[in-house]
Design a protein around this ligand. Structure first.
Ligand SMILES: CC(C)(COP(=O)(O)OP(=O)(O)OC[C@H]1O[C@@H](n2cnc3c(N)ncnc32)[C@H](O)[C@@H]1OP(=O)(O)O)[C@@H](O)C(=O)NCCC(=O)NCCS
Length: 337
C-alpha cells in the first residue's frame, strides 16, 4: 500500500525482517495467586484480563530470555549474529547494575561486530529503541540491528501485595531491523514522550545511587515495584490515545488505513478503553495479556511476534505500536510491513 506520507520519507528505511519471542516455561495461574494473597481468578480476569503469566526460576535471568528471543528473530531474518552492528536491550530488570544486558546478549550470540546498550524506559523501552534504530538507519549509518525487550519483573515483585503481584510476568521479544533503500516500507514515524513529575506512580526505589545497596534501606519494601494503579490507569489511557492520534495525524492515516494497533499489554481494560476513545474496532486491537500478564518492555515485541505468527499482518499493512510506562514515558511507532 502506498501510504500518504511516502513522498516525504528518506530513501533509507528501517525494515523489520525478523521477529521472535521467548518466555520461561514456569506458569503462575490466578488460582495459584489466590493461595498467596487475598484475590481470586474472577477479580483478576475482570479487572485486568490476565489469566496466567510466565515466571523465571532462580536459574533464569533477563539476558537468557533476551538471547533466546534474539535467536528466533535472527533465524526468521535469515541473518547471522556476526552480521549485527547494534544490539539494544530495553529493560528495567537488567542482568546486573552493569555491564549492560546488551553485552551479555552480544557475548551469548557471538555478535562480535555489534556495539550495544540498554534502554531504561520501562514499558516504553521497545518503542523508544525502534525510534533510535530508525534514526541510524535513515541517515545511512547502520545496516543490521537487533532490538530486544526483555524483563524478569517477577524478581522485583512483592508477592504479598495483591494490587501489584497479580499484574506482572517475565519474558522477551525481539526484532531484527535492516536498512533497505527504496523498499517502500519500514518504520514511517515515531513519537516519544516523558513526564518525570509522575515518577512515583510506578517505581522501584532500591538499589540505585539514592538508596544504595551499601546502606540499610529505611523501608525493606523499597526493593519491590510500587505502583499507584489508579493514577497509572488514567494516565495510560490518555497517553495511548494521544500517541495514536498523533501518529494518524502526522501520517495522514484514517482508521481504514490501519490494520492493527499493538499496545503495551498493561491491562486489557486500559487497552479497551483507549481503543473505544479512538473508535478502533476489536479486530484492529491485538490483546494477548491473558497469557503473559504485563511484561513491561517485553510486552510490545512479544505481542508483535504473536500477531505475526498468527498471520494477522502481511506485507504492506500498517501497524501502530504504542506503549506507556514508568517515568512516566510513552511512545508509538507507525510501521508499514
Ligand atoms: C492495579 C489495577 C488492576 C487495580 O484495579 P482498580 O479497578 O483500579 O482497583 P482499585 O485499586 O481501585 O481497587 C479496588 C478494590 O479492589 C481491591 N483489590 C486490589 N487488588 C486486588 C486483588 N488482586 N484481588 C482482590 N481485590 C483487590 C482493593 O483493595 C480495593 O478494595 P477497597 O475498595 O475495599 O479498597 C488497575 O488500577 C491497573 O491495572 N492499573 C495500572 C496497572 C499498572 O500500573 N501497570 C503497570 C504500568 S503500565
Amino acid at each position: 500500500m502506498q501510504t500518504k506520507i511516502e513522498d516525504h520519507l528518506p530513501a533509507n528505511r528501517a525494515v523489520i525482517t525478523g521477529h521472535g519471542s521467548f518466555v520461561p516455561a514456569k506458569i503462575l495461574t490466578n488460582d495459584d495467586l489466590s493461595h498467596m494473597v487475598d484475590t481470586s481468578d474472577e477479580w483478576i480476569v475482570t479487572r485486568t484480563g490476565i489469566k496466567v503469566r510466565h515466571i523465571t526460576t532462580d536459574k533464569e535471568s533477563t539476558a537468557h530470555l533476551a538471547t533466546e528471543a534474539a535467536k528466533r528473530a535472527l533465524e526468521r531474518a535469515k541473518l547471522s549474529a556476526e552480521e549485527l552492528e547494534l544490539i539494544i536491550v530495553a529493560t528495567i530488570t537488567p542482568e546486573m547494575v552493569f555491564p549492560s544486558t546488551a553485552c551479555f546478549v552480544q557475548q551469548a550470540l557471538g555478535a562480535k561486530k555489534a556495539w550495544g546498550f540498554d534502554i531504561a524506559a520501562a514499558c516504553s523501552g521497545f518503542v523508544y529503541s525502534l525510534h533510535i534504530v530508525q534514526q541510524f538507519m535513515e541517515n545511512g549509518r547502520l545496516n543490521n540491528a537487533l532490538v530486544i525487550g526483555a524483563e524478569s519483573l517477577t524478581k522485583i515483585t512483592n508477592w504479598k501485595e495483591r494490587t501489584s503481584c497479580i499484574l506482572f510476568g517475565d519474558g522477551a521479544g525481539a526484532v531484527v531491523l535492516q536498512r533497505k533503500q527504496n523498499a517502500g516500507r519500514g518504520i514511517l514515524f515515531s513519537t516519544l514522550g516523558a513526564d518525570g513529575t509522575y515518577w512515583e506512580s510506578l517505581c522501584c526505589r532500591a538499589y540505585g545511587s539514592r538508596h544504595p545497596v551499601s546502606r540499610p534501606l529505611e523501608d525493606p519494601e523499597m526493593v519491590y515495584m510500587q505502583i499507584k494503579g489508579r493514577e497509572v490507569y488514567q494516565q495510560a489511557v490518555r497517553r495511548i490515545v494521544e500517541a495514536v492520534t498523533e501518529c494518524m495525524t502526522r501520517c495522514n492515516l484514517t482508521l481504514d488505513d490501519i490494520k492493527m494497533v499493538i499496545s503495551h499489554q498493561m491491562n486489557a481494560r486500559i487497552i479497551e478503553s483507549a481503543a473505544k476513545r479512538l473508535n478502533l474496532p476489536d479486530e484492529k486491537v491485538f490483546i494477548n495479556i491473558q497469557d503473559y500478564g504485563n511484561t513491561s518492555a517485553a510486552s510490545v515485541p512479544i505481542a508483535f511476534d504473536e500477531c505475526m505468527r498468527q498471520g494477522k499482518l502481511k506485507k504492506g499493512d500498517i501497524v501502530i505500536l504504542v506503549a506507556f510506562g514508568a517515568g512516566v514515558t510513552w511512545g508509538a511507532n507507525v510501521i508499514e510491513m
